[in-house]
Design a protein around this ligand. Sequence first.
Ligand code: BTN
Length: 242
Amino acid sequence: LGTDIRHFMELESTNDYAKTIARDAHEGTVVVAEAQKKGRGRKGFDWVSPQGGVWISIILKPSIVPANASRLTLVGGLAVVDSLKSIGLNPSLKWPNDVLVNGKKICGILTEMEAEIDRVEYIVLGLGINLNFNTDTLPEEIRDGSTTISDELGTYVDRLDFVRSLLYNLEQYYIHFKTQPFEELMERWIDSSDTIGRNVRIVTPSKMVDGRAIGITLSGGLLLQKHDGSTEEIMSGRCIYI
Ligand code: BTN
């Protein structure tokens, strides 16, 4: 990954830019911006992306079926966790796409794809990591639930070193992903997750389900044990700890 790196001082969104070049780009092409004017989060939410953060998208072309695309979100989370651990933080994964430190969001992941019915053409794995800026500069609505690496460590971290570490870890996990059964990465994800074992509420546009998170499924979904004892696989939605 990263033999082709497109670096920008500012973009609307690295995911959007990556999608415009993805079809002709080599697998592993990286798009990175110092700041984003229209960073996008899941479900159409804005993603605040000031200078100092790591706003990065990686173009991947794995031979997988579209139903398994969410696995890449888990792969991205694992790489971020390792990079955060290597600078002394104690991160945890929150299903489906958050990395938390001290219970606050430090990274969000947005996986988007172009696919035919049975074949993924490309995946854009977008990672937004709050690196060197002060949480106080974030809008009030998200300030309490968010944190940054520099706030947690009390010092700035070299941005290039962090990106290097991230791409290295991502490449290791991606090779594993392409060559080994997914179960092992699932286990790893569960080990680093603070979602499993918790009582959660999943909110989707069409429904709300409460239950205990008891596992991750092979498609990257959340396995929920409902209060009536039955289990349900949830493929996407907002996860609230209750
Ligand atoms: C979320 O938690 O809602 C996902 C946030 C993903 C943000 C990253 S920043 C790089 C890439 N470009 C975007 O516009 N979004 C993702």
